[in-house]
Ligand binder design. Sequence first.
Ligand SMILES: [Zn+2]
Length: 286
Amino acid sequence: MPETDTVIRAMTDDGAFRIVAARTTDTASAVVAAQELSGPIARDMADLVTAAVLYRETMAPSLRVQCIVRFSEGAGQLVADSHPDGWSRGLLQTSTPETPPDIRKLPATLEMMRTLPRSDLHRGVVQVPESGNLSEAFMRYMQLSEQIVSMISLGSAVEGHRPAAGGFVVQLLPEASEAEAAMETMTRRLEGFVEITKRLQASDASPTQMVEEIFEGMPFTWLHRSDVRFGCQCSHLRVMTTLSLLDRSEIQELVEEGETLSIGCDYCGASYSVEIAQLQGLLSAS
Ligand SMILES: [Zn+2]
């Protein structure tokens, strides 16, 4: 069977390690296409989408999460969302789309957020290392903000004829006995999994294969598997809700212009038309 985008969780039977691994090839490719990205920023976007999926599955499978790379000097930001229903989306916000900002050249921060019940936010920010390595930035976030020792690798090749994207989070569980020795073994093993893009391309980014290779020789149990896909939460209703927040005078102006309004979603590119009658409806409702 051909691989599809999934995120899976497994744990070693000695209770020492948990792994979350994801294939995001189709999701990340769709995000990159919707945002019309190419070159380094396309790979960064793909990696950020993978980070969002892994972050949600590791910390908060039932919550909405958002990861943001914020470039210094107001150069813009990269945003990736992952939703408990399985969909993810991404956005590049910049005033210079022809020459998008590059995390290898410009200082940036990585911000990770999850929406808690009752709309509270859990939020942490770390500096992206000078190398621009997002896997390292994500690890730094897990260590500093969540106090979780983890080893993380993200990889992507979303352009070209062998697209692949994915990654993993290996977490040392605090209750592990002989934690130090176990960590040493795992660290040595993961030296071969720092740069995973070629591996992902060779295996069609199979998360199952990734877990089997990383846990090779260690008895482990599969815990959970769920689908990942490109998606968005925009809708005609959301467009109308946003319009209803405009000043009455602004809506009046749109009505007087007399043309059907066409509003596009910056995330997925969907387009929504709003008829004059619907705008008039907003005026009579308010
Ligand atoms: Zn949308």
